[in-house]
Design a protein around this ligand. Structure first.
Ligand code: CA
Length: 230
């Protein structure tokens, strides 16, 4: 199904660039060019799967818009788009309920990758709430508490290990590139490298593989990334 994406942006060129690229990627796009129409659209029941919101808008600012939308129960992912580069804007955006943040000028490929990551995250979340316990052979992971029974006994997984496991479970039998994994697990809060991903996979193998040297759950796809199998 084509995801419906709302773009709240007053600069016609930026709105068109974003809209064209998202449409080309298979999404349905609606543009709102000021604060009042943006707020009305974002709060429409069952209107969208994702919104991209500019900070400086005629009639109000994007921070207020997101705060208001979250207050009215809007739960889908929202990405902020802004010319401001200060860390304070980023923090403020996340505080009012934005899920991600991109500064102008941005790279279209990066915008699309982040949109993909946000949509995928939104899709995998309900599955996990429904199935908080995942078993891997004799091992198990509880996503509600972060506890796991591993080859090294019962222990608490770190936040990143849990996020990575959530991603794998939500994308079972799908190839995930290192870039996919970095975007979804590390997002914008660090500057890790591909090597970071590899180290986390090695750790998960040590914890959960019957034979870590010959993985059957966390499989390497040469040149493509990783694939998780139950
Ligand atoms: Ca603007």
């Amino acid at each position: 199904m084509a995801e419906r994406i709302l773009v709240v942006e007053d600069e016609p060129l930026v709105a068109q660039l974003v809209s064209l690229n998202l449409t080309h990627a298979g999404h349905q796009v609606e543009i709102a060019a000021d604060y009042p129409s943006g707020l009305a659209a974002i709060c429409r029941p069952d209107g969208f799967e994702l919104a991209i919101v500019d900070v400086m808008l005629p009639g109000g600012d994007g921070f207020e818009l997101i705060k208001e939308a979250r207050g009215q129960g809007v739960g889908f992912p929202i990405m902020m788009l802004t010319a401001r580069n200060e860390i304070s804007s980023k923090v403020r955006g996340l505080d009012v309920g934005a899920d991600d943040y991109l500064t102008k000028p941005f790279d279209v490929a990066e915008l699309l990758a982040r949109v993909r990551a946000l949509l995928r995250r939104a899709h995998t979340a309900p599955t996990l709430t429904g199935h908080p316990l995942v078993t891997l052979g004799k091992c198990w992971i509880r996503f509600d508490t972060g506890q796991a029974l591993t080859n090294e006994g019962e222990l608490s997984l770190s936040e990143k290990e849990l996020k990575l496991m959530e991603l794998f479970v939500g994308a079972e039998n799908e190839a995930l590139s290192r870039t996919d994994i970095l975007e979804e697990v590390w997002g914008m809060d660090a500057f890790p490298t591909d090597r970071t991903v590899d180290n986390f996979i090695l750790r998960l193998r040590r914890l959960f593989e019957p034979d870590p040297e010959h993985p059957v759950h966390f499989v390497t796809l040469r040149g493509r990334g990783y694939l998780f199998k139950r």
